[in-house]
Structures are given as structure tokens and as C-alpha cells.
Design a protein around this ligand. Structure first.
Ligand code: CUA
Length: 323
């Protein structure tokens, strides 16, 4: 699955400039180059245009009441020049951008593939060996990794500033993007498409590891079976970022708090009163929107295909402990 030999390592390209964050992927230099070209061409013309304008304002200012307005109304030569010249320049900029875009769109054929699912408001990563990693994307350094992405609900966008990559994640179809990380470290994946209340919290950690370390992580990504169920449930609670919507201290978030939830009588949005027993909790985790507590919105992801029976048992054990 992972090439045993270590791929050639890359030095950090730069630690960030006034304009740009640290550059940590092989795609970054192309993007930064395009950015620099556009920036300096703009600065050059800004100085010429604004400078000339300011100079003429001063030179041809009205000095006496007898000053007359010029009779020259246009110059064909000048107008053709300032039409053709910018056209040539923007065509040049187009190709600078296009080469970077093509490079980011077509992944190398030996890329490692990770399945990415976006949904309100969670990123989930599925590895070729079946390991599921919510909110945490672990990748090897110095190896191209291709994301095959789709959304379960609305449009999200996979955005990692340090890698200089961004691509929409769309329901009903796959999009892909790739990167090769050049430095071991932690980065933040952001959602860059407004997708509702939790949009700004739709984050995931990207952890770049040495290939050897990554291999070990992948093998152990199944979870620890030696812990008591409630402890495993707590780990799942954190792993799946349930805390983003469910407090443990009784306070109200996007969803109800788990404090004292087990055994409590809850009023549903349709007026029914239901006791929060094991079956209610199980249904509310797997088919999240089957029953909605009054006053809340049906926004929780469906976990039916993401959690195993054992996981649900562990989560319920954890919820029962929140007295
Ligand atoms: Cu997902 Cu914004």
C-alpha cells in the first residue's frame, strides 16, 4: 500500500511571506509564482497609471480664469496600444494560472487515494484498508495523495491554505484534488463554501507524518478494544467531534446536551413525549433525524453507514454516564 522506501524529501519552500502562509506542498511554488506575477504586474501598472494621472493633474491644473479646455479628444494610436498591450499581458497571466491549475487537477498516477466525505458539519476520511478517520486526515510526507471527494448534503469546499489547494465537494458526484506534503506537521483543513450554521466550525486536522510512522498509524487506526465501553465511547465522542453540537454540562448548543439525557422524558417537535432509553439513543445516533427534540433543527449527520454496532453501544454507555 505504502512504498517502503522513503521518497526524496523536500525542503520547506518558504515559511510564509507578508502575503502568503507557509508553503508546504509541491503545488505551492506554482501558485505562489502566479500570485507574484499578478501582484507585480498590478503594482507596475498602478504606479504608471496613478503616477501619470497625478502628474497630469498637477501639470495641467487650472492656473487662471482664461485657461481653456484642450481640443484634443482622442488618439487612435494610443488607444490601440493600451488595448493590445493589456490583452497580451492578460493572455500571459492566463497561461501562468492555467499551468498551475492543470498541475493541481491531474494527480500523479502513483498517488495514494483517500475517500473524503463532506457533510454538515463534518469531514470524514476513509482509507484503502477500511480505516475511518473523522476530522483527522493523516498523510505520509513526500508522497502524492489524491482526495476523491463527495458531499452528503450541500456544497462544501476542501481548502488547505498551506498546500495552496481548494476544490468544491459536491453532492451526487465526485471531485478530486491532490497534494504532496513537503513537511511533517499539522495543518488545518477548512470548509471554504458557506454551508450553514456550523460552516466556520467545519474544520479538520491534517497531520503529515514520515512514511514509516504513517504506516504504523494506519495499522492501528481501528481503535483500542482494551478500554471499558464508556471510555471507548468517550473516545468516539471526541473522534467524531460530537462536542461541536452536544455539550456535556447541560448548556444548549446546536443539539441538546447529554447531561442527564439518559432516562429523561423529551418532547419531540411533533408533540410526542419520548423517554430517552437505549433504543431512542441508538436511533438518534444512526438515523439522526428520525425524531427531533422540540426547539432544535434536524441538522445532525446520519451515522448509519459510519458507525459499527459496537461503536453505538460504546457511545450509549458514555451517554449513560453523563448524569
Ligand atoms: Cu461545509 Cu462550509
Amino acid at each position: 500500500m505504502i512504498a517502503p522506501e522513503t521518497a526524496p524529501s523536500h525542503e520547506p519552500i518558504h515559511q510564509g511571506t507578508f502575503w502568503l502562509p507557509k508553503a508546504s506542498s509541491t503545488l505551492a511554488p506554482g501558485v505562489d509564482h502566479a500570485w507574484d506575477v499578478v501582484m507585480w504586474v498590478s503594482v507596475f501598472f498602478f504606479v504608471i497609471v496613478i503616477g501619470t494621472m497625478a502628474y497630469f493633474m498637477w501639470k495641467y491644473r487650472r492656473r487662471t480664469d482664461k485657461d481653456e479646455t484642450s481640443t484634443v479628444d482622442h488618439s487612435a494610436k494610443l488607444e490601440i496600444t493600451w488595448t493590445i498591450l493589456p490583452l497580451v499581458i492578460v493572455m500571459g497571466l492566463f497561461f501562468v494560472g492555467l499551468s498551475g491549475f492543470m498541475n493541481a487537477s491531474v494527480a500523479p498516477s502513483d498517488s495514494y487515494e483517500v475517500q473524503v466525505t463532506g457533510e454538515r458539519w463534518l469531514w470524514t476520511f476513509i482509507y484503502p484498508n477500511g480505516a475511518i478517520s473523522p476530522s483527522r486526515l493523516v498523510v505520509p510526507k513526500g508522497k502524492p495523495v489524491r482526495m476523491v471527494m463527495s458531499s452528503k448534503d450541500v456544497i462544501h469546499s476542501f481548502y488547505v491554505p498551506e498546500f495552496r489547494i481548494k476544490r468544491d465537494v459536491i453532492p451526487g458526484q465526485y471531485t478530486s484534488i491532490w497534494f504532496e506534503a513537503t513537511e511533517v506537521g499539522k495543518y488545518t483543513l477548512e470548509c471554504a463554501e458557506y454551508c450553514g450554521t456550523g460552516h466556520s466550525d467545519m474544520l479538520a486536522t491534517i497531520e503529515v507524518m514520515e512514511p514509516e510512522q504513517f504506516k504504523q498509524w494506519l495499522e492501528s487506526a481501528g481503535g483500542d478494544k482494551s478500554l471499558p465501553p464508556a471510555k471507548r465511547g468517550e473516545a468516539l465522542f471526541n473522534k467524531w467531534q460530537c462536542s461541536a453540537c452536544h455539550a456535556l454540562d447541560g448548556s444548549r448548543k446546536v443539539g441538546p446536551s447529554f447531561k442527564g439525557l439518559y432516562g429523561r422524558e423529551e418532547t419531540m417537535s411533533d408533540g410526542r413525549v419520548i423517554k430517552a432509553d437505549e433504543n431512542y439513543l441508538r436511533e438518534s445516533i444512526l438515523l439522526s433525524n428520525a425524531k427531533i427534540v422540540k426547539g432544535y433543527d434536524p441538522v445532525m449527520p446520519i451515522f448509519k453507514d459510519m458507525l459499527k454496532d459496537d461503536d453505538v453501544n460504546d457511545l450509549i454507555a458514555f451517554i449513560k454516564e453523563q448524569k
